[in-house]
Design a protein around this ligand. Structure first.
Ligand SMILES: C[S@@+](CC[C@H](N)C(=O)[O-])C[C@H]1O[C@@H](n2cnc3c(N)ncnc32)[C@H](O)[C@@H]1O
Length: 437
């Protein structure tokens, strides 16, 4: 059938269905898959947003949805494409404001387009209608661990203990807020945008609106950055005129903070494509930095006053925003990334002036990429000393400091009176000083 003649609403569901399959098959970020597959569907921005919402909530609740489907299917019907189609259907019925019949009918229609599912219409109809009928029972299951793969559960329980680990898992079920980092007066922008001024100085939006339509976007008065992600660059205490390297810089949220503080910044990233995005982002913000597309391990520069190393990591601290992370990574990725982080830390230490400062951070909940990494680094580098972070540097959020004085934010932290606006990304940051003169 010509796509222009097909039933309204099929395009976004087809995109969500294919995106779920490809993300799981290729173990790549959902955002990248949506960017790659989206243009062929030629969707309106509203339908594109619907496709994204369906795919995201499917990943956010993949465990619960998978269990609900397994309970309602016999073993013979466990074809992967069929399961993914049923999963996006169930996600709409259980978690989105979509009429049940639209979720069911579009799934039945989409099955017609795939040869081996041509005869699955009756089954899809029956299973999804049952999910709709039994919605209360499915949603009543409060086991937050259902939506967390075992490799993550084990790591969190062992590092944080049962109680805190369960709170992390529960926090991942909620939709995150959108936070802004403001170049000028954050309180004034919070008022102008109707947002909340957070203790760390970020502004949290209270309405979901198109970011580009908000006042201040065009003139580059602020940029989107989770409040936890905005802390590490501040911990570096960038000073005007200081030579600072941002070793893993793209897409540039933290580079922008360093540049806005007046530092002379070299933004380094291995990916030329991502560095181009950094340049575009900084141009909108009227900020200027030098850039270099190179593997930071190969960087040859005279020593810097300060270095920010926002190292590549498992990104499990961003599961609220990118729930696909939980289902596309595993313990092997963690081990490889931890080895790369160690090498980048060693390189960063070699690029620092005596007395220079280094902030190492990762948007990860895993101790291997945080606390354990920082201790191992100090053991390898007697010339580097930890400079503990103090509560006043992080808006008094003492729960986000480790006994050693590192930053450890969790998605269940920043519990605001408005519970729906609570939470922040999981981040680790440690600050070191080069003590040799
Ligand atoms: C966590 S992201 C950085 C986010 C960025 N600091 C921000 O705040 O917007 C990690 C970045 O490290 C880059 N990267 C990975 N390995 C690298 C390496 N060996 N040298 C330089 N950059 C690297 C990736 O391309 C990616 O852009």
């Amino acid at each position: 059938m010509d796509q222009s003649q097909e039933q309204a609403g099929l395009g976004p569901r087809r995109l969500a269905w294919n995106a779920v399959t490809e993300t799981l098959k290729r173990r790549v970020p959902l955002d990248d898959v949506l960017d790659e597959l989206g243009p062929a569907e030629n969707l309106s921005s509203r339908d594109e947003a619907l496709a994204r919402a369906i795919a995201i909530v499917t990943f956010r609740r993949l465990g619960t949805i998978g269990q609900a489907l397994r309970d309602r299917l016999d073993k013979a019907a466990r074809d992967e494409r069929l399961l993914h189609l049923l999963a996006i259907g169930a996600a709409q019925i259980l978690y989105l404001d979509v009429p049940d019949h639209a979720a069911v009918d579009t799934a039945v229609q989409l099955a017609q387009s795939e040869h081996r599912l041509k005869h699955a219409g009756g089954l899809i109809n029956a299973v999804l209608r049952r999910v709709a009928r039994e919605r209360e029972a499915i949603l009543g299951k409060q086991d937050a661990w259902l939506d967390t793969p075992t490799w993550l559960e084990e790591g969190w329980v062992s590092h944080y203990g049962e109680e805190l680990a369960a709170k992390i898992a529960a926090a991942h079920r909620a939709m995150p807020s959108v936070d802004l980092t403001v170049k000028g007066d954050a309180a004034a922008w919070a008022e102008r945008l109707g947002g909340i001024l957070l203790p760390t100085g970020s502004v949290r939006l209270t309405e979901r609106t198109a970011i580009r339509d908000l006042p201040g976007y065009d003139e580059g008065a602020w940029w989107v950055q989770d409040t936890a992600a905005a802390i590490p660059a501040r911990l570096l205490r960038p000073q005007p005129g200081e030579r600072i390297a941002d070793l893993c810089a793209a897409p540039g949220g933290k580079t922008a903070q360093l540049a806005a503080a007046g530092a002379d910044v070299l933004a380094v990233d291995r990916s030329a494509k991502r560095l181009k995005r950094l340049e575009e982002n900084l141009a909108r913000l009227n900020l200027t930095v030098a850039t270099r597309a190179i593997d930071a391990e190969k960087l040859d520069e005279k020593p810097f006053d300060a270095i920010l190393l926002d190292a590549p990591c498992s990104a499990t601290g961003t599961i609220r925003r990118h729930p696909d992370v939980a289902w596309t990574k595993d313990g092997d990725d963690l081990r490889k990334l931890a080895a790369l982080q160690s090498r980048l830390l060693d390189k960063a230490a070699s690029l620092l002036k005596p007395g220079g400062r280094l902030v190492y951070c990762t948007c990860s909940l895993e101790a291997e990429e945080g606390e354990i990494q920082a201790e191992a680094f100090l053991n390898r580098h007697p010339e580097m000393k930890r400079e503990p972070i103090t509560p006043d540097e992080i808006g008094g959020m003492t729960e986000c400091l480790t006994p050693a004085g590192d930053l450890r934010t969790l998605p269940c932290h920043l519990d605001l009176p408005d519970h729906d606006r609570s939470g922040l990304d999981g981040f680790f940051a440690a600050r070191f000083i080069h003590s040799e003169s």
